[in-house]
Design a protein around this ligand. Structure first.
Ligand SMILES: Cc1cc2nc3c(=O)[nH]c(=O)nc-3n(C[C@H](O)[C@H](O)[C@H](O)COP(=O)(O)OP(=O)(O)OC[C@H]3O[C@@H](n4cnc5c(N)ncnc54)[C@H](O)[C@@H]3O)c2cc1C
Length: 408
């Protein structure tokens, strides 16, 4: 038998956007149900970065001290080896704020942290193992979600349905909203590389003729991203893995024993890079945020951050009309207007970097050297504040502006 739940807001997706939005709305007194199709947050790598603007939001919520207790690595600057030249690309200390670093922590730790604090709020309900299947629509207005929970079919009827179910959003597809794809020249293989003793801080990125390699220090291992030209993965996977191992050894000399520990392609996970954006993010009773509204390129590692910013703006702008039960299309249009600019500008910059730098690096087969603009960052260190601002704070960072309701 179908279980029926009537509420104020239902959110599909317990990722950074959905959980933060659910938390903030519940904190503002809105009854909210968050549906997450997995049974926990412990799954594949989906990015580890908590940027200064998200750290500001955590401080706004009074959770800074609790957050500091979580295991994390604080990264104050980003460096890379481009061709043969070491370059410091961004220095977050130049942002001059309380938390002038990127906190690297597994995304599941961050999501567990958010959900643990949200669960203390009376209006917050998290449904794990509950998959949104489609929208409930009446007379052109979205009235809620049909879902499959651990005990069977469920129907959530709500004043507002939010799709925060990521880049392959089921609800966005069901809504019929139109998505524009901007293309990407690369895909990324992600894998764990055991860290041999004696290794300290390695540069986070290496750009060399034909390849880009990213290394995120996770203490006992590196989370590695091996960037390849789009469409090449199938050929690579079909050929002998030893060829790729030899290429990795050539790319990162000195780590032969670590690469020797890789068993083969089963250790690798392919991220098919997408950059896309909805033309319109909403319909009556329905809104898309985070990757569901705009899948970001991995350039700058800002997808989590911008998803959180969407969530904060949503709670700031829609908390009151949801509480007053006056929510209308004009509120949703205003929300899109506020967040479209940051998403558009960020994606435009990412697409430009993809075209000008990443495509160029991936197309080179020899003698790749650092472009002049990157060399400038070494010669004039004060310039590192600009990439630090773009990556650390993004465009129009949002602060929590909706008051916490006192629980009864
Ligand atoms: C391999 C990889 C590496 C990345 N690295 C970085 C990085 O270093 N830094 C960075 O900032 N960003 C990174 N990103 C991007 C980042 O993960 C996303 O931009 C960000 O997580 C978007 O948040 P979101 O909440 O909008 O969507 P998601 O994080 O995708 O969350 C969507 C949630 O919805 C759930 N869901 C999906 N469908 C349904 C359904 N039908 N019903 C219920 N639940 C559903 C999913 O299980 C998921 O939990 C990376 C992404 C990938 C894939």
């Amino acid at each position: 038998m179908t279980q029926h739940i009537k509420t104020t807001c239902v959110i599909s997706g317990g990722g950074p956007a959905g959980l933060m939005c659910g938390f903030l709305l519940a904190r503002a007194g809105v009854e909210v149900h968050v549906l997450e199709k997995h049974k926990d947050f412990l799954r594949d790598f989906r990015g580890d970065t908590i940027h200064p603007s998200t750290l500001d939001v955590i401080d706004d919520l009074g959770l800074g001290d609790a957050f500091d207790q979580l295991p994390q690595t604080k990264v104050y600057e980003i460096s890379a080896v481009v061709g043969d030249t070491p370059v410091t690309l961004a220095d977050f200390r130049m942002l001059h704020r309380k938390r002038d670093y990127i906190a690297f922590m597994p995304q599941w730790d961050f999501l567990n942290f958010l959900s643990a604090h949200a669960r203390g709020l009376p209006g917050f309900h998290l449904h794990l193992e509950t998959e949104a299947l489609g929208l409930i629509e009446e007379d052109g207005v979205i009235k809620g979600v049909r879902a499959m929970g651990p005990l069977g079919e469920m129907e959530f009827r709500a004043d507002l349905t939010i799709a925060a179910d990521g880049r392959f959003s089921t609800l966005r597809d069901a809504s019929g909203l139109e998505l524009t794809d901007f293309g990407a020249p690369m895909d990324v293989f992600w894998f764990h590389l055991p860290k041999p003793g004696g290794h300290g801080e390695e540069p986070a990125g290496r750009f060399t003729a034909g390849r880009i390699f990213i290394m995120i220090d996770r203490g006992t291992y590196w989370q590695c991203g091996y960037v390849i030209p789009k469409g090449m993965a199938a050929d690579m996977q079909a050929s002998d893995f030893e060829k790729t191992r030899a290429e990795l050894n050539r790319l990162i000399p000195g780590l032969e024993s670590a690469f020797a520990a890789l068993k083969g392609w089963d250790d690798f996970k392919l991220l098919s890079v997408q950059v896309n954006r909805l033309e319109k993010w909403w319909r009556e009773g329905f809104l898309c945020i985070g990757d569901a509204a705009h899948a970001m390129s991995p350039v700058g590692g800002i997808g989590i951050n911008i998803a959180i910013q969407d969530a904060v703006a949503t709670a700031n702008m829609l908390g009151k009309p949801l509480n007053d039960r006056t929510l209308g299309g004009e509120h949703l249009a205003a929300l899109q207007k506020r967040r479209l600019g940051p998403a558009k500008l960020t994606q435009s910059a990412q697409v430009l970097i993809q075209k000008r730098i990443i495509s160029a690096v991936l197309a080179e087969d020899e003698n790749f050297s650092a472009p002049f603009a990157l060399k400038l960052l070494n010669w004039l260190p004060f310039l590192r504040r600009f990439p630090a601002r773009a990556v650390g704070l993004g465009v129009k960072p949002e602060r929590v502006a909706c008051d916490a309701q006192k629980s009864a």
